[in-house]
Design a protein around this ligand. Structure first.
Ligand code: FES
Ligand SMILES: [Fe+2]
Length: 435
């Protein structure tokens, strides 16, 4: 017997959990606290959507591997002897143990640590420990290779995988959000980025969607990150996001932060964008990285140069955020436990000094001893605690609905503090959970 089909597929009534009317958008608290809903997400979202596995530069040479997760499923990405990239379920075909335990490394083959079965870099079963006598001599090893994730697509070095063999292509899934991913990559003079090995990891006691929503949330910054902006007001932030926020006055900084925009895309992706402060490009031109800004202006023109220097956070539904030089990977562990891994990337072709400058700006806001991310994850744990008061059923995500418009591609556009990306996220969530 090769397959077992559970008798009853659990269903979740997504229509009762995400409510939308002309001027009202609400998400039920159970969406963040209910275990059955979480289990359904693992099947209907993390089993159906394109999930970021890593970047090609993390498995540069044959034998290199990196482990990751698609929802709760452990997976391993490897580069075989022929240079081809594979993504497998990281589960031994004997009795199910994880085959590859390390976060990353380089090997000739994978050996399960339980009973010693050996798999090739392409996932084929190569050896069964103490085979003779224990199994038929002609055991068909081709039936017991590591199971491949059905779909793998690589876009400009980013490796995405999908458990759904019938899924639309990654680029169709990305849709109108593609130019925004391109901007992050086009900032590199060589047109490619390179992940710096290792990641900042943090775990919080809260649902994974809090971090997904927050990655494009322009509403929380002035409160959650007030201490950061006070420091910027006092000392400036010339080492920050391309020298943004150079004003010396807190009110001016907050007023400037209102000048950005938010976008919501069809498949749940979202954008929060905040322009440079008016003098930031000039500051850069007068500083040590003038070459980089000149290159950007020469290649893309003055207006695009300004746009490409903007702070721009892109969430690719459901669990990858690309922002400020990092791939931020959100990993749901349980309904109230989440890991966030932040992988900083260099711009290939930019000077070491400029990449170091970017890295220090990233560390200042996102690193473990920084002014930004630790404050965010603290909030997520408080959110989870607040939701234990179940008598209040709904979370409100209607901010800015009345001023939301559509651009010519059908993308929803609103102001920088509006909950447009979060609504796009939950519309897609609802569509998947009802499927
Ligand atoms: S579980 Fe892997 S060899 Fe037994
Ligand atoms: Fe934040």
């Amino acid at each position: 017997m090769d397959t077992f089909t559970p008798t009853a597929k659990t269903t979740v009534d997504a229509n009762a959990l995400v409510y939308e009317a002309a001027d009202d958008f609400r998400v039920h608290g159970a969406v963040y606290t209910d275990e059955q809903i979480f289990n359904t997400e693992m099947r209907d979202i993390f089993g159906k959507c394109w999930i970021f596995i890593g970047h090609e530069s993390e498995v540069r040479n044959p034998g290199d591997f990196k482990t990751s997760f698609m929802g709760r499923r452990p997976v391993v990405m490897s580069r075989d002897e022929h240079g081809e990239i594979h993504v497998f379920l990281n589960r031994c075909r004997h009795r199910g143990s994880v085959v590859c335990r390390e976060e990353r490394g380089s090997v000739k083959r994978f050996q399960c640590q339980y009973h010693g079965w050996v798999y090739g870099l392409d996932g084929t079963l190569q050896g069964v420990a103490k085979h003779k006598g224990g199994y038929p001599d002609d055991l068909d090893k081709s039936r017991f290779g590591l199971m491949s994730v059905p779909r793998v697509e690589i876009y400009r070095g980013l490796v995405f995988a999908n458990m759904d063999a019938d899924a639309i292509t990654f680029l169709a899934y990305l849709g109108a959000a593609k130019p925004f991913l391109d901007i992050h990559l086009d900032r590199a003079p060589d047109g490619e980025v390179e992940v710096v090995q290792g990641a900042h990891r943090t775990e919080y006691r809260g649902n994974w969607k809090f971090q997904a929503e927050n990655s494009t949330d322009g509403y929380h910054g002035d409160t959650v990150h007030e201490s950061f902006f006070k420091l910027v007001a006092e000392f400036g932030n010339k080492g920050g996001q391309h020298g943004a926020y150079t004003q010396g006055d807190l009110d001016e900084i907050f007023a400037h932060r209102m000048t950005g925009r938010t976008l919501g895309f069809e498949n749940g992706h979202g954008i929060w964008e905040s322009p440079l402060s008016p003098d930031a490009a000039d500051n850069m031109k007068a500083g040590p990285f003038a070459d980089y800004v000149d290159w950007l202006e020469g290649k893309y023109g003055t207006q695009s140069m300004h746009e490409m220097l903007n702070a721009m956070n892109l969430l690719i539904f459901p669990s990858l955020a690309v922002l400020h030089g990092q791939f931020r990977v959100i990993r749901p562990i349980s309904v109230d436990r989440t890991e966030v891994a932040m992988h900083f990337f260099k711009l290939k072709g930019a000077s070491e000094a400029y990449n170091d400058f970017r890295l220090s700006g990233y560390q200042r806001f996102f690193g473990p001893a920084s002014f930004g991310s630790p404050d965010d994850v603290e909030i997520f744990a408080f959110n989870q605690t607040g939701l234990q008061a179940e008598e209040v059923e709904w979370l409100l995500l209607s901010r800015g609905m009345a001023r939301e418009t559509f651009d010519n591609l059908g993308v929803r556009v609103a102001e920088s503090t509006d909950e447009t990306p979060q609504r796009a996220f939950h519309r897609a969530w609802k569509a998947h959970m009802g499927a």
